[in-house]
Design a binder for this molecule. Structure first.
Ligand SMILES: Nc1nc2c(ncn2[C@@H]2O[C@H](COP(=O)(O)OP(=O)(O)OP(=O)(O)O)[C@@H](O)[C@H]2O)c(=O)[nH]1
Ligand SMILES: [Mg+2]
Length: 264
């Protein structure tokens, strides 16, 4: 048997290889300028993957653009959602579709070029060889970098990761980043219903939940770049929410432990 799957006339059909069964979930909100390029780069890095664009009715027409790309390439799918409900909800919806679609591994990444598609094979590597259940593309592990952020944004991001790491007692250094690869079974074992899917805290909570199921979490260094074009959606409200939810997650765990002890 051969893993060669190109058809005779060289059409861009799915080419089974290591990444067969990999779904890349790409949430978009007003990413029309970025979408065609990032989609092409993702599929170049992972020719056998399925790429799911999850668009929240972007006013700039990203959804229609995605439909056009999907019509030309069977590896591309589009999930349209009625309106902007935040990144976390878009991800959970996309994860559900990927798991129901038979994904064996699920990648999550931003569409604004902050996450380099060329890293995708390396991100999936530890899962393919059976050494990890969750791989984090990490800015804050040895060799990781951030480019294009001012002092303020760096401080918020690093501080947020450190705060969550200490409060929740987690191992990874980058808890707020959104470039991750999941073994499908690990992702599927997390109950989505209870997740605080609002903003930035979503990334922390998903890694926290995975760690509590004893998932093997591995960090690989990445260089994160500030968005190429388009607008930033970061706000004070998102940061405050993240801090509060981290404290709440810890409080919930302590209460559960206390209840367990007093019931025993
Ligand atoms: N479907 C969907 N996608 C979203 C939503 N909010 C953000 N996104 C996408 O999620 C990814 C990350 O969002 P960003 O706005 O880049 O968030 P960020 O990286 O924290 O901040 P900036 O890059 O500074 O804007 C991008 O691909 C966005 O288009 C949303 O409400 N729904
Ligand atoms: Mg971004």
């Amino acid at each position: 048997m051969t893993t060669e799957a190109n058809n005779a006339n060289g059409e861009t059909g799915p080419a089974p290889g290591v990444e067969t069964g990999v779904w890349v979930v790409l949430p978009t909100y007003d990413e029309a300028e970025n979408l065609p390029g990032i989609v092409a780069a993702i599929l170049e890095a992972l020719p056998g993957a399925t790429l799911l664009v999850v668009d929240d009715a972007s006013p700039d027409g990203t959804g229609a653009l995605a439909d056009g790309l999907a019509a030309a390439d069977p590896r591309i799918r589009v999930r349209h959602r009625a309106g902007k409900q935040g990144l976390g909800r878009a991800y959970l919806d996309g994860f559900r579709v990927a798991l129901e679609g038979g994904a064996t591994a699920v990648v999550q990444m931003d569409a604004d070029w902050s996450h380099d598609p060329a890293v995708l094979p390396a991100l999936l590597g530890p899962i393919s060889v059976g050494e990890a259940d969750l791989v984090i593309g990490s800015r804050y592990t040895r060799g990781g970098r951030v480019e294009g952020w001012g002092v303020g944004r760096r401080f918020i991001s690093r501080g947020g990761s450190l705060f969550a790491r200490i409060v929740l007692g987690l191992r990874p250094y980058d808890l707020t980043g959104g470039f991750k690869a999941w073994r499908a079974a690990t992702l599927g074992s997390i109950p989505f219903a209870g997740i605080h899917a609002g903003g930035y805290v979503f990334q922390i909570e998903m890694t926290h939940r995975a760690s509590r199921t004893r998932a093997r979490v591995v960090e690989i260094p990445i260089t994160f770049r500030d968005r190429r074009v388009g607008h930033s959606k970061m706000s004070r409200r998102i940061i405050a929410e993240a801090l509060l939810v981290v404290l709440r997650l810890r409080a919930e765990e302590l209460v559960a432990r206390f209840r367990g002890r007093s019931a025993a």
